[in-house]
Write a protein that binds this ligand. Sequence first.
Ligand code: SF4
Length: 379
Amino acid sequence: MNLLVTSRVRTPVVDQHATWIAVNPVQGCPKRCRYCFLHERGQAGVAPEVLADPARTVEMLLASPFYAPTRPVALYTWTDVMALPVSREHLRSTLLELDQRGVRNPLVLITKCHVPDDLIADLVEARHRGIPLVVYLSLSGLDDSVERGVRHAPLWETFPRLAAAGIPIVHYWRPGTPASSTSEVMERVLDHAAAHAACTMAAGLKVESAALTRLADMWPDLATTEGVTTAEGVYPRAFWEFIHRTWQRHPGHPLFHTNSCALAHVLGRPDTFGVFGGTTCRLRNNCPVPQRSRCHDADAVRARPDEAYVRAALRRRGLGDVPFTLATDTRDVTVHAAVATATAAALTHDLRTRVHVDRDQADGYWNSGTAGALPLIIG
Ligand code: SF4
């Protein structure tokens, strides 16, 4: 455990991330995964700290300018909520609080840990009460030397246990490293996911400048490759090629490169994040036909926003005077100004269309597809 608690950087309890509203009333993770962004914030290998009780957490969520009733909410992204009893207890009470306040936003929980049976029962109960709760199980075939503190055997077993309880699973496959990008490892991971999860969501390694030296210990090519710190994510070539061909091995198992699409598929909703019809939708996401039909049908009846509508949305996000361009052949909006990822993501939700912005270099949020960054493949 890291005892230098004074060096811990805290994130707002409620914030907008690239896809979802992130709610972090408990911060700090006892695990020490080598690729984790929490290291640079003094929040890896530490005891979780409770910053807001469940009632206050829900109050803060509902009062947030990012909140709207249908937007996805990811709970506890600055810890692994399943790791310790204090966090699980917080989750339990927060689910009750959300239910009592009538909140029915899609909820995302992300974990690499065993989920105890009594907590699975609570998740099932929340779903019965109408909270569309989805569990992201993070499984990438990495071993204990990379995912330090993670007990992998119980993680693998959590897939069938959640599936048997009827809880939708998104298999979260990120990051791939050279060591985990062998055919043997990737096939084993994919076979397990295809057997139990509703889909796979694959992503690359985020490389912040401050983390580069640390991450290069694990993957030396990072230190000698241009552009790793500005990429949306970094991928070993073998991993990149495999995740774009999973349909050959498991034709019925969807694989997405965009969280919004993975969630749309699991929730049975059309895309509302401006992905439909773009390159990632057409060429990269292995999206099943019924989901494509859902997105197509919704797109066909959706009006293109006009300039006044876009201007009003910008004004609501504090961007009243910034210049923008509304594409003539798509619904894309390009804002000609540096905009934080949180605001760009909120605007994307507001307008239900792709919003392009210049990256705000002062933004503490890492590069993302929402902020216009592109993937980088090594090898
Ligand atoms: S059709 Fe395209 S936009 Fe819709 S969920 Fe599938 S990949 Fe995403």
